[in-house]
Design a protein around this ligand. Structure first.
Ligand SMILES: *Cc1c(COP(=O)(O)O)cnc(C)c1O
Length: 411
């Protein structure tokens, strides 16, 4: 019998979303009438159809693949040049950020990239994650054997947790101790918080002092409305020496089902060997893709490219504005009933304090039972998420308005 990876056994059994699904299923079985009224503001998945520019590009690409003269087989493992250069030019160089085409690595999404990146990093790294946190950063490290055992509150031995609280506006400061690898996500899922230029600069100072690597998840950068907030960590001096960025078309262009994202890894980012030799991570990442992947399908890469056309950009903007108007509606509703509300300004998530005395799972049950609305309990994202819940703005306008009406009846 083959040995299994015992690190998987350390994963928390009641992973957040399965546990939500279980409670919702149980509720619906017991209350078939209320089940018909159920509105989900739980998982962060988009609801609105694809931009027309992407649809046209997929159809065109399919036609190309259907003709001998324009047929394509395997593409470059790191992504087609047309997409890598569109990204590097339009997301970076047009914004005066120095990123070369070959520093872009196309993938089928950021979630996958979060796991893949561990292929090129050592097992000895001391890892820091924010708390609350996007669970993927933690669980991929658990699976890779980078943590100890889980504790009762769901945290793991061996990980440094960086508290993101109302006191620090949900932007953790660098720790006093040394770490090698830092996950940051801004605009943040789940809190909706954004980091200022000054706050990010402190992280870059820390990373350079400690020779640490920052893994910066910017999946929601397009949701930033405040012109002072950086969209990319590479807008800051020094980031080219210490950061890798994760981007995704999932929330920008409604690509959660289409699947496309990319990482940005400057050639100047170094890692070290056991013997202390410093080497660029870029060739390792390049090799990782060559060996383990054949990239993303051609029609999908054409669809991603189409999001950068004038039409595509306009259509993405419309999508994002739609979700952000929902966020405003939901934010106001929570505020009106006297709850402390955060986020929702530069991110499609509204982060809300539970009414005094209620845990986040109690609030989840209350909203499910009393107003038939599914939210995400903050405690599922980490110990510091206790006492909060997340409302996702990914919904139709009709649903967002209805949820707002129902929230106001909570009283
Ligand atoms: C949605 C999301 C992503 C994007 O994931 P994909 O795999 O590209 O769909 C990345 N990071 C965070 C924090 C997210 O919420």
């Amino acid at each position: 019998m083959a040995y299994l990876n015992e690190n998987y056994l350390k994963l928390q059994a009641g992973y957040l979303f399965p546990e939500i699904a279980r409670r919702v299923r149980e509720f619906c079985e017991k209350n078939p009438d209320a089940a018909k009224r159920l509105i989900r503001c739980g998982i962060g998945d988009v609801t609105e159809p694809l931009p027309q520019a992407a649809i046209n590009a997929i159809k065109l690409a399919a036609d190309e693949l259907g003709r001998r003269e324009t047929f394509r087989g395997y593409g470059p493992e790191q992504g087609y040049e047309f997409l890598r250069s569109a990204i590097a030019q339009k997301d970076f160089r047009d914004r005066k950020i120095d990123i070369a085409d070959d520093e872009i690595f196309v993938s089928d999404g950021s979630k996958c990239d979060c796991g893949f990146v561990l292929d090129i990093l050592g097992d000895q790294n001391k890892i820091a994650v924010p708390d609350p946190v996007y669970p993927v950063y933690v669980d991929t490290n658990v699976m890779a054997g980078h943590t100890g055992a889980p504790r009762k509150d769901g945290s793991y031995e061996g990980i440094v947790y960086l508290p993101a609280t109302a006191e620090n506006n949900f932007v953790p400061e660098p720790p006093k101790e040394h770490v090698d690898l830092i996950y940051l996500c801004f605009p943040n899922n789940p809190t909706g918080a954004v980091a200022s230029r000054e706050q990010l600069a402190r992280w870059i100072d820390y990373a350079r002092q400690h020779d640490a690597l920052i893994l910066f998840d910017a999946a929601y950068e397009a949701y930033i409305s405040d012109p002072k907030i950086p969209h990319s960590i590479f807008e800051l001096d020094g980031a080219r020496e210490c950061a890798m960025e994760f981007r995704s078309f999932s929330k920008i262009g409604g690509f959660t089902g289409v699947r496309c994202g990319f990482t940005v890894l400057p050639k100047s980012v170094m890692g070290k060997t056991d013997s202390g030799k410093k080497l660029s991570l870029h060739p390792l990442w390049h090799r990782r893709w060559s060996t383990k992947s054949n990239s993303v399908s051609y029609p999908v890469q054409r669809a991603a490219e189409a999001l950068y056309s004038d039409e595509g950009r306009k259509q993405c903007r419309t999508l994002i504005d739609h979700y952000m108007s929902n966020a405003k509606i939901l934010y106001k509703a929570c505020e009106e009933i006297g709850l402390k509300v955060f986020g929702g300004q530069n991110a499609p998530y509204v982060w809300v304090s539970t009414p005094t005395g209620l845990t986040s799972w109690q609030m989840f049950d209350r909203m499910l039972n009393e107003i038939n609305v599914v939210i995400t309990p903050g405690a599922g994202f980490g110990a510091q998420g206790e006492g909060y819940f997340r409302v996702s703005a990914f919904n139709s306008r009709e649903n967002a308005e209805e949820v707002a009406r129902r929230i106001k009846t909570l009283g």
